[in-house]
Design a protein around this ligand. Structure first.
Ligand code: FMN
Length: 416
């Protein structure tokens, strides 16, 4: 059966294995997209419970799991609880984690990240970025103006990404994914808004792409043939000022030509209706995104994954049948329904519905990042060997988070 067979039923479409350019076979079309687990203690090491969490997802039948973002430099943390990977000291725990992620026949990739300027003031001594561009007034309370990276520091960061990839391979992960989305360091280099450098890393589009391509090369050089290197890019970046769509396409083409094993495009609010083919009717973001995915496909040989808003097997199968997409990424659905991938392979009607999580008090919702905390709590239940609690009240989730992570999590951490 070919995936463009119109008559193929959703569970058949989603059950087809997919071979990546490096020869690895993803046993089905669902991918667990990165969700930051925030489970490390003040030592920033990978705790053993990561294995419990990833075994749960593996048991649920997902084809490929991408871990939450792991940091390449302990001086730059995006949030409390981040794991940092700089050397071999945690190899045993990492091996347990990788093995658990593969325990039911799927693959596991580790997402590697450096947050650049997006590091909360309370968590880091200073922040670095391509250029010293201040945040807007509203954000400046939380984020300091970064210091512009020296050339030697950029070279060090490139090496760090390579070194972390090599450790991930030694630990048994099948590959790594560069976090090139959500405004972190890699995307800060790409955007002329945050990259105003006048050396070889700034100015022309080609120069702004240099950092990500060097990171990619360093990862390949540090790992074996057959190890996977992928990237996540946010399509929303392409709608705001800064990077034109034409330039985004060129970047994606360059990443594909470099040899990425897959490119994940994160669609933000991409909703199922856009998948059923209402292509030209609206200027909505969803329609924009579908067109975007199709244009990307036309330019790209590398496998394409889309993530954001998928909630039903029917919509996922449509995306794959359209030919624009090879795997479908799922994040929030798998925080609450880890068996969803298995259901997708059995029932054509498989779907999850997720309500917006709110405390009912607007100020608390804004302050506490309720959605993220609520979903992170679900990961913590699974990491403790329990099942998710889909009807947990957001206020209780916030309170639990405060009790578990508490003041400890919010203590400023300093680099070595
Ligand atoms: C709790 C939580 C943590 C997340 N952490 C990451 C992360 O570490 N790296 C990343 O690329 N995306 C992260 N995301 C974004 C998801 O990977 C995904 O792109 C987004 O949630 C949209 O997909 P969905 O609609 O299936 O949830 C996170 C999302 C949630 C809910």
């Amino acid at each position: 059966m070919s995936h463009d067979d119109e008559r193929a039923r959703p569970h058949e479409v989603l059950g087809q294995p997919f071979t990546l350019p490096n020869g690895q076979v993803v046993p089905n079309r669902s991918m667990k997209s990165a969700m930051s687990e925030a489970l490390a203690g003040a030592d920033m090491r990978a705790p053993d419970k990561m294995a419990t969490l990833y075994r749960r997802w593996a048991k649920g039948g997902v084809g490929l799991s991408v871990t939450g973002n792991v940091m390449v430099d302990r001086r730059a943390l995006g949030e409390p609880g981040n794991i940092v990977l700089e050397d071999d000291r945690d190899l045993a725990a990492l091996q347990g984690w990788a093995k658990a992620g593969k325990s039911h026949g799927g693959l596991i990739y580790m997402q590697l990240n450096h947050p650049g300027r997006q590091v909360p003031k309370f968590l880091n001594a200073e922040s670095v970025a391509p250029s010293a561009v201040p945040f807007s007034e509203k954000m400046a309370a939380m984020f300091a103006t970064p210091r512009a990276l020296e050339l030697a520091e950029i070279e060090d960061l490139v090496e760090r990404f390579g070194r972390s990839a090599a450790i991930a391979e030694r630990a048994g992960f099948d590959g790594v994914q560069i976090h090139g989305a959500h405004g972190y360091l890699v995307s800060q280099f790409l955007s002329p808004l945050t990259n105003q450098r006048e050396d070889r890393y700034g100015g022309s589009a080609e120069n702004r792409r240099r950092f990500v391509l060097e990171v990619y090369r360093a990862m390949r050089d540090a790992t074996s043939d057959g190890f996977g290197v992928a990237i996540k890019i946010n399509s929303a970046d392409f709608q705001r000022g800064g990077v034109s769509e034409e330039e985004s396409m060129e970047t994606i083409r360059a990443l594909g030509d470099a040899g990425m094993d897959f490119i994940e495009v994160s669609g933000g609010t991409y909703e199922a209706p856009a998948m059923v083919g209402v292509k030209s009717s609206t200027k909505s973001r969803e329609a924009y995104f579908l067109e975007f995915a199709e244009k990307v496909r036309a330019e790209l040989d590398a496998p394409l994954v889309v993530t954001g808003g998928f909630r039903s097997g029917a919509a996922m199968a449509d995306a794959i049948r359209s030919g624009a997409v090879d795997l479908v990424g799922l994040a929030r659905p798998l925080a609450v329904h880890p068996d969803f991938p298995k259901e997708l392979l059995t029932f054509d009607e498989a779907s999850v519905s997720l309500a917006k999580r709110t405390t009912g008090v607007k100020t608390i919702d804004r302050m506490g990042m309720v959605e993220l905390t609520w979903y992170a709590r679900q990961l913590h239940y699974m990491a403790a060997g329990r099942e998710p609690v889909p009807d947990r009240h957001p206020i209780r989730a916030l309170a639990e988070q405060l009790v578990t992570a508490g003041p400890k999590a919010f203590r400023p951490r300093r680099g070595r």
